[in-house]
Ligand binder design. Structure first.
Ligand code: FEO
Length: 176
């Protein structure tokens, strides 16, 4: 069983992950309007990963005998100054998510909820990758500058794909 405090915190994180997916979908739409198809692809993959993260929380809450309580999702920002500004906002957002995850780990430990603690370790590792991948694009954008460099990066980002586990998570075709 989940303690009421942990159940509430896991539901809050389910909402935060869903919001992240919504934010990255807004960023994908921003790039799609600019005809930057590779940036769009990267952000759509990122959005799917977030919905996958949300589904992991959903599944875990249910498995532990808790109640999933979905709540309103905040409207994300929809305009940015430049592609660089989008990725800088991505990194800031991922750092915030990292601190939410760390707070959750602290709570699980304080409540001696070992199962939640172990479940959350996956996200601790994932956040290292999430921050690094946003930072990597920022560094490339800074090096390349605007113009032709942007199109080169666009081609590179077009290579990103999701694993079947991620794409199938919301459809119930993969065990999240
Ligand atoms: Fe679900 Fe990007 O952290």
């Amino acid at each position: 069983m989940l303690s009421p405090k942990i159940e509430e915190a896991l539901n809050a994180q389910l909402n935060a992950e869903t919001y992240s997916g919504y934010l990255y979908l807004a960023m994908a739409a921003y790039f799609e309007n600019m005809n930057l198809t590779g940036f769009t692809q990267w952000m759509k993959c990122q959005a799917r990963e977030e919905f996958f993260h949300a589904s992991k929380f959903y599944k875990f809450i249910i498995e532990r005998g808790g109640r999933v309580r979905l709540r309103a999702i905040d409207a994300p920002q929809v305009e940015w100054e430049s592609p660089l500004a989008v990725f800088e906002a991505t990194l800031v957002h991922e750092r915030q998510v990292t601190s939410l995850i760390h707070n959750l780990v602290n709570l699980a430990k304080a409540e001696t909820d070992h199962a939640s603690d172990i479940f959350l370790q996956w996200f601790v590792t994932e956040q290292v990758e999430e921050e690094a991948s946003a930072d990597q694009v920022i560094q490339k954008l800074k090096l390349a500058g605007p113009g032709a460099g942007l199109f080169m990066i666009d081609q590179e980002l077009a290579q990103r794909t999701n694993t079947p586990l991620v794409t199938g998570a919301l459809m119930g075709t993969a065990a999240a």
